[in-house]
Write a protein that binds this ligand. Structure first.
Ligand SMILES: Nc1ncnc2c1ncn2[C@@H]1O[C@H](COP(=O)(O)OP(=O)(O)O)[C@@H](O)[C@H]1O
Ligand SMILES: [Mg+2]
Length: 454
């Protein structure tokens, strides 16, 4: 571990190797020149100079090869790490963490997540996580040269307060997907839903999906992109479903089979659909349990010939408002029944390949909002046109610092997180640009999905 020393420039290990290689090369050339100039060997040392030149040439070759290997293997990751270390540890750059003479410097590690996304982890050595969370803007400004378009978009402390992780992304890179037909959204694998050219929802590692954002931020359109992808894999032999519930009787109500609440507030049609979804979820789980017992191995839904099954509730809060409070002799179709059913689907569905997608205009968990238990059980979280305040509510984390970078977010821009090991921290992305009649395509594919097979 390194200690802080005022006035000492921060030089990376590979720079030392390059300098040593360059020096050896210089020595080798120097001795060679001495031999050429001193051809008559006045001092009788040309033999020694020749050997010294050869040895230093060999050393230069080894050192420069090692440097080149480190440069290639370390790649962008090491170069970004170096930028950050130089800014934090080199006193000429202002010592933003205020290190004292001789203080231990915290380890800094950079990990490549995707081609334009990196995570920088700084251990809470000598400084607290609170101190480290403060310097996210410094981290952004430290990354310069050919990486100057990279910035820290969020920072998060771990549970045990041992380290802080900064998500670094190329904020100018456009990774969005533009498709001119629904086929452009079809994935090769039924467990994968493409979102942009680099990002996909992995149904093997994630569960139900929470989609939040203000009105006209792109929630419904974004979810349709997901459904268009799912629908194209067709129905499986285990009653997979794509159920759409639209309480507002808005754009989605023209889609075949879309469910809504009766005008008198009777949620029976919705509850009946949810019950159907829950029933198939149980049947599918029973099939998987039987298969697991037979084979002695845990059989996953995707290996058992099942396709993912989706229940999409658009505008959850509006739906809740429409469901009449329980009245006497109501027959059980009430708010509590609805919420309990949803709870079971969200907590138990994923193992049977059954997922809920809930869209919500309010990120807050207030009276009438989304129960916090449901929010934490949904493992893919998407916030359209995000603000820092909303992000804090969605990711339930005071320790999460989101940097808005002062950018204006448009419809379809979102922050995305999922439990796939890559997107555990929210990152920015744009949902697909769909250059076709989205609602008409959804209607056509729903019909195709449920069309009786010959
Ligand atoms: N991924 C996207 N890319 C570009 N524009 C989009 C995208 N998603 C939505 N929009 C635009 O935003 C408008 C509102 O989207 P919508 O999905 O209805 O929002 P919400 O459901 O949040 O109210 C759409 O009519 C469309 O013009
Ligand atoms: Mg909508």
């Amino acid at each position: 571990m390194m200690h802080y020393k005022r006035g000492r420039p921060y030089i990376s290990p590979s720079a030392w190797i390059l300098a040593a290689g360059g020096f050896s090369l210089f020595i080798s050339v120097f001795f060679k020149l001495v031999i050429i100039i001193n051809r008559s060997d006045v001092f009788g040392m040309n033999l020694f100079f020749g050997k010294a030149s050869a040895i230093s040439m060999a050393m230069a070759a080894v050192l420069l090869t090692v440097w080149l290997a480190l440069y290639v293997i370390g790649g962008d990751r090491k170069r970004i790490e170096y930028c950050v270390k130089k800014r934090l540890f080199d006193s000429r750059y202002g010592n933003p963490l205020g290190f004292q003479e001789g203080e231990l410097l915290p380890p800094v590690k950079c990990r490549k997540i995707k081609s334009t996304t990196f995570d920088i982890t700084i251990a809470a050595v000598s400084r607290t996580v609170e101190d480290l969370l403060q310097i996210a803007p410094v981290i952004s400004s430290s990354i310069n040269g050919r990486y100057r378009q990279y910035a820290a978009i969020s920072s998060e402390a771990d549970e045990a307060f041992n380290w802080v992780k900064y998500r670094i992304v190329d904020v100018l890179a456009d990774k969005s997907l533009t498709v001119d037909s629904a086929e452009g959204l079809k994935s090769l694998d039924k467990t994968i839903i493409p979102i942009d050219t680099e990002t996909f929802i992995d149904l093997k590692t994630s569960g139900s999906i929470l989609v939040a954002g203000k009105t006209r931020s792109g929630k419904t359109t974004g979810i349709i992109a997901i459904l268009l992808s799912v629908l194209q894999h067709g129905r499986d032999g285990h009653d997979s479903n794509v159920i759409i519930i639209d309480p507002k009787l808005a754009e989605l109500s023209g889609i075949p089979r879309t469910m809504t609440v009766n005008p008198n507030g009777d949620a029976e049609p919705v509850m009946a659909k949810m019950k159907e979804f829950e029933d198939t979820m149980r049947t599918r789980q029973a099939v998987l349990n039987r298969l697991s017992k037979e084979t002695g191995n845990a059989v996953k839904w995707w290996d058992a010939g099942m396709n993912p099954s989706f229940l999409f509730i658009d505008e959850y809060v509006a739906l809740k408002c429409l469901i009449r409070k329980p009245a006497k002799g109501d027959g059980g179709f009430n708010l509590a029944g609805f919420e309990n059913s949803l709870k079971r689907i969200i907590t138990m569905g994923a193992s049977a390949g059954c997922f809920a997608i809930i869209s919500i205009a309010e990120a807050s968990v207030e009276e009438g909002g989304l129960p916090s238990m449901l929010k934490s059980a949904m493992t893919t979280k998407i916030l359209f046109k995000p603000t820092v305040e909303e992000a804090r509510l969605i990711w339930n984390s005071e320790r999460l610092r989101c940097l808005n970078l002062g950018r204006a977010y448009g419809a379809g821009d979102c922050w995305f997180s999922s439990t796939d090991g890559v997107h555990d921290m929210p990152c920015y992305l744009h949902f697909p640009y769909m250059e076709f009649e989205v609602y008409a395509e959804l209607g056509r594919l729903v019909n195709e999905y449920y069309a009786p097979k010959e």
